[in-house]
Structures are given as structure tokens and as C-alpha cells.
Design a protein around this ligand. Structure first.
Ligand code: UD1
Ligand code: UDP
Length: 371
């Protein structure tokens, strides 16, 4: 029986790892779930285990917060010790957080087959820590599971071989489709005293929230939008630290980070979502909910070309005008192909096949073109 270690670390990882874990187990694979502890508050971690029915981690590395180097190094040291003990056949990492990169590097050096779920996304913005994490995780992985054709194209243009790159669809949408009926049944907008027409906000990119001048300007723009439609703002812990003392405009309700089902229920019935989150750009596309992304770029252009997302940047005028346009005209719902609820199964089958054939698609075999 093959043994596969799956790594989860931060809020957006839990919904990505769940379908892969389930599908691997359905194929008779032995799985071990490792939580690095990058996110640790109950509302950033425990709540997702409850909401998603994700089994408790087999190992917790308890790394916690720190500078990029301290956090990455902490994960690497702890994960290396664990891998020496476990000696798995493969390690699956998801997404683009520091723990993703850290565990991919350690697994590659331990000689395991490394699979990166959500490979090939590129913002081409090197100021984003996630861009570094994505590129490094891809580079040391054997199997590159791409959620969309643009991600495949990025990888191919960087020189990765066709047999390393697998277009499998979007695991986050597997989890969304599996849980949407439960989320609807919770009648979440009513529980939050929201009228039928409301908007949802999240912000946590360092470029948007770490500088008080930038954050205040965004808050003022959101304040203007909230004169047209009430906004519920789920405040990420990074943002909470910077919002302290700023106060929110009267049309914006600030709430603690929400559980998955509550947040999904809110997104599903919202007239508009304003965000800088990667995952939320994808979820709003799958739900057909209009999304304005308050960033200058996105690693998920598919949500613009084949979804409901628009990039409005961080200029207040563009944000307010963009919101007015969406609220008046709406957007046409559409969804990328293969975002169909079966990405986890495709990934598990692909990993099992590679392990059965003993095919190591090492990145060292990648030809010519440099990154
Ligand atoms: C991280 C990821 C980002 C992802 C986001 C998802 C990196 C570099 N960044 O950003 O890609 O989009 O998670 O939410 O990996 N904190 C708490 N409680 C927690 C976790 C964090 O209070 O449970 C606070 C700490 O003060 C910490 C800060 O939030 O220093 C930032 O946490 P960190 O995990 O370093 O980065 P995020 O901004 O959460
Ligand atoms: N999410 C949640 N509660 C919230 C805000 C977000 O459950 O209050 C979920 C959201 O539905 C998505 C994921 O968290 O599944 C996105 O995580 P985040 O925005 O923190 O990270 P990113 O996707 O930008 O890396």
C-alpha cells in the first residue's frame, strides 16, 4: 500500500486538501495529514475541520507565525524530522503559502515523489511572497496539478515537460460544490441581519493592509460603496492588527473571520464581493457572484476571462465606479471547464498511477529553458 503525506497549513489549504485526501483514501492509499500550524486561531483553523468534516491531523508541527525566513525555516526543520520517521512514498502540497514551499523543498530532498496541487498560477508580481512560493514549489515538484489551461500554458512556457503537467481542475471548487447545499440551508444572511441586497468584503494582502495609508484609502472607497449597499467585512487577523483604531464607516460591519459554511452561504447570496483573496476570486466565479478584485494583477486570470471577476486595482475611483457598474448591470455567470467537483479524484488517480509505474518525473529532467 502506498503512503502519501498531505500537508495543510493555513486557511485556504484545508478546503484544498480535503478532496485529495478523500480520493486517495478511496483508492486504498494510506494517508497522513500534517498541519504545520501556520494558521492556528480557532477561526483560522479548527473551524474548517468541523465544517468540512476533515479528520484531525495525524501530526501538528506547531510552527505558528514569524518572519518569512523564520516561518519557512521552522516548517522545514520540523517537517524534515517527520519525513525521516514516516518515509512516505509521496508528499502532496497545496496552494502557495510559506508552508507549501517549505514542505515541497524538504520532500524533494527526502527523495519522495512531490505533487503540487494548484501548480502553474503566476501573478508575475515578485513583490508577492506567494509568487516566490509558487515558482519554487513548482520547480521541485514531480507532478504539477494545474487548475486551468492558463496555468498549464505558464508551466509549458517555463519549460516543464508535458508529462509532468496535468490539467485536473480546481480542488477548491470540489469542496464548494460538496458543501453548497449545507451552506444554503444555514440561511446565513438572515442570521447576520443582512437585507436581501448586500456585499461581502475581505482584504489581507500585505500590499493592501500593512501600510495604514493604503488601508485607510481602501476603507474610504469601501465606505462610499457602502452608501449604496451594506457591506459585511470579514476581517483577517493580519488586517485586524492594522485596522485597530481606524474605525469603520457606518455602512460596513466588521466581523471576525467566519467559518467555511457561513462564509460560503454569504458569498452565494451576495450582490457583490470585494476582495484581494485568491480563493475567493475562484469561489465567486463558481457561484456566479460578481467579484471585484482590489489588486493590480491576479494569478487567476481564468476568473476574469471565464468567470465573474474584474480587476479594479486599489484606486478608490475605480473601485467605486466598478462597484456601481456591477450593482446596476450584474455579470454573466460562467465557469471554467473541469471546475466540476472531480479534481481531487483526478489528482489521486494520477498520483497512484505514477507511484504504481514507479515513474519519477523529476524536474531535473526539465529541458533547456531556465526560469
Ligand atoms: C498567509 C499566506 C497567504 C494566504 C493567507 C491566507 C504566506 C506568505 N502568506 O498570509 O498567501 O493568502 O495566509 O489567509 O504564506 N495570525 C493570527 N492568527 C493566525 C494566523 C495568523 O493572528 O491563526 C496573524 C499573526 O500576527 C501573523 C499574521 O496574522 O503574523 C500573518 O500570518 P501569516 O500566516 O504569516 O500570513 P497571512 O497574512 O495570514
Ligand atoms: N474564508 C472563510 N471565512 C472567511 C473568509 C474566507 O472560510 O471569513 C474562506 C474562503 O471561502 C476560501 C478561503 O477562505 O475558501 C480563502 O482563504 P484566504 O482568502 O484567507 O486565502 P487566499 O485564497 O487568498 O490564499
Amino acid at each position: 500500500m502506498f503512503h502519501v503525506v498531505c500537508v495543510a497549513a493555513a486557511r485556504p489549504n484545508f478546503m484544498k486538501v480535503k478532496p485529495v485526501l478523500d480520493a486517495l483514501e478511496a483508492l486504498g492509499t494510506r494517508t497522513t495529514l500534517v498541519h504545520t500550524g501556520q494558521h492556528y486561531d480557532p477561526q483560522m483553523s479548527d473551524v474548517f475541520f468541523e465544517d468540512l468534516g476533515l479528520r484531525q491531523p495525524d501530526h501538528r508541527l506547531g510552527v505558528g507565525s514569524g518572519s518569512h525566513a523564520a516561518q519557512t525555516a521552522g516548517v522545514m526543520v520540523a517537517f524534515e524530522t517527520l519525513l525521516t520517521e514516516l518515509e512516505p512514498d509521496a508528499v502532496v502540497v497545496v496552494g502557495d503559502v510559506n508552508s507549501t514551499m517549505a514542505c515541497a523543498i524538504v520532500a524533494a530532498k527526502a527523495g519522495c515523489l512531490v505533487a503540487h496541487v494548484e501548480a502553474g498560477l503566476r501573478s508575475r508580481d515578485w513583490d508577492m511572497p506567494e509568487e516566490v512560493n509558487r515558482v519554487v514549489a513548482d520547480r521541485v515538484s514531480d507532478l504539477l496539478f494545474a487548475p486551468s489551461q492558463d496555468a498549464v500554458d505558464n508551466l509549458r512556457s517555463e519549460g516543464y515537460r508535458a508529462d509532468q503537467v496535468r490539467l485536473v481542475g480546481n480542488v477548491m471548487i470540489d469542496t464548494l460544490l460538496a458543501n453548497l447545499p449545507r451552506a444554503h440551508a444555514l440561511n446565513v444572511p438572515h442570521r447576520f441581519d443582512l437585507p436581501s441586497n448586500y456585499g461581502v468584503v475581505t482584504l489581507h494582502r500585505p500590499s493592501n493592509v500593512d501600510d495604514p495609508v493604503v488601508l485607510r484609502r481602501l476603507l474610504e472607497a469601501l465606505g462610499q460603496v457602502s452608501t449604496e449597499i451594506p457591506l459585511l467585512f470579514s476581517v483577517h487577523p493580519r488586517t485586524a492588527a492594522h485596522l485597530e483604531g481606524m474605525g469603520a464607516p457606518p455602512g460596513i460591519s466588521l466581523v471576525e473571520p467566519l467559518g467555511y459554511l457561513d462564509f460560503l452561504g454569504l458569498q452565494a447570496s451576495a450582490a457583490i464581493v470585494l476582495t484581494d483573496s485568491g480563493g475567493i476570486q475562484e469561489e465567486t466565479t463558481a457561484l456566479g457572484t460578481p467579484c471585484l478584485t482590489l489588486r493590480e494583477n491576479t494569478e487567476r486570470p481564468i476568473t476574469i476571462t471565464h468567470g465573474t471577476n474584474q480587476l479594479v486595482g486599489t484606486d478608490p475611483t475605480r473601485i467605486v465606479e466598478g462597484a456601481r457598474r456591477v450593482l446596476q448591470a450584474g455579470v454573466e455567470p460562467r465557469c471554467p471547464s473541469l471546475w466540476d467537483g472531480n479534481a481531487g479524484v483526478r489528482i489521486a488517480e494520477s498520483i497512484k498511477e505514477s507511484l504504481s509505474n514507479n515513474t519519477r518525473l523529476r524536474p531535473t529532467d526539465t529541458p533547456s529553458r531556465s526560469l
